[in-house]
Design a protein around this ligand. Structure first.
Ligand SMILES: [Zn+2]
Length: 183
């Protein structure tokens, strides 16, 4: 960030008055440009014991498998966002969404909220974002080609809980590599 979105002046970085940490702020108009984590919402869609995964057609991690997930939009709930992302990436309609896994990715400034859910029908298709969409039994999950650590972790917790007969909501902090940090 170089210029103030409020007045167009050059932006400075430092600790403004009454703040306790470094911020980007405008020395001309005084506006502080806060930067906060982005929220990613997604689903673990299940159909008769199988889990829906999408083969990414976009960077980062093109050609790796993922659960449908994406950035929450302004004006929508986390649940609505997770349902929308699932539709956008796989054209699958999901229901019975239940909050399941909350992951803090401190290094990349993201918060993941993943929902358990079911497909209303085994209907899905490829999209601009997904070059392939498939249902996987647990034994067939492509563990060596899962797009992100947080997705692999979500799946591991899910299958472990399922084997135990009870799903437990969790909040975990995952170590992530800062090089993927957005600008
Ligand atoms: Zn300004």
């Amino acid at each position: 960030m170089n210029f103030c979105s409020n007045c167009g002046s050059q932006i400075s970085k430092g600790i403004p008055e009454n703040e306790d940490r470094e911020r980007y702020y405008c020395t001309n108009c005084g506006v502080i440009h806060y930067q906060n984590p982005r929220v990613v919402v997604g689903c673990i869609p299940e159909w008769h014991g199988k889990i829906l995964l999408c083969l990414r057609n976009i960077e980062p991690r093109r050609n790796a498998w993922t659960l449908p997930a994406g950035y929450l939009e302004n004006g929508e709930s986390a649940l609505e966002g997770a349902r929308r992302e699932t539709w956008e990436e796989s054209r699958a309609i999901v229901y019975d969404l239940v909050p399941y896994y909350l992951a803090d990715l401190i290094g990349v400034d993201q918060l993941y909220m993943m929902f358990r859910c079911r497909l209303s029908e085994p209907n899905f298709e490829t999209t601009r974002e997904s070059k392939d969409v498939r249902l996987f039994a647990e034994k067939d999950i492509p563990w060596d080609n899962i797009a992100f650590t947080v997705i692999a972790q979500t799946l591991k917790r899910y299958f472990a809980d399922r084997a135990n007969g009870a799903y437990v909501f969790r909040n975990e902090q995952l170590t992530t590599h800062p090089k993927r940090r957005r600008n």
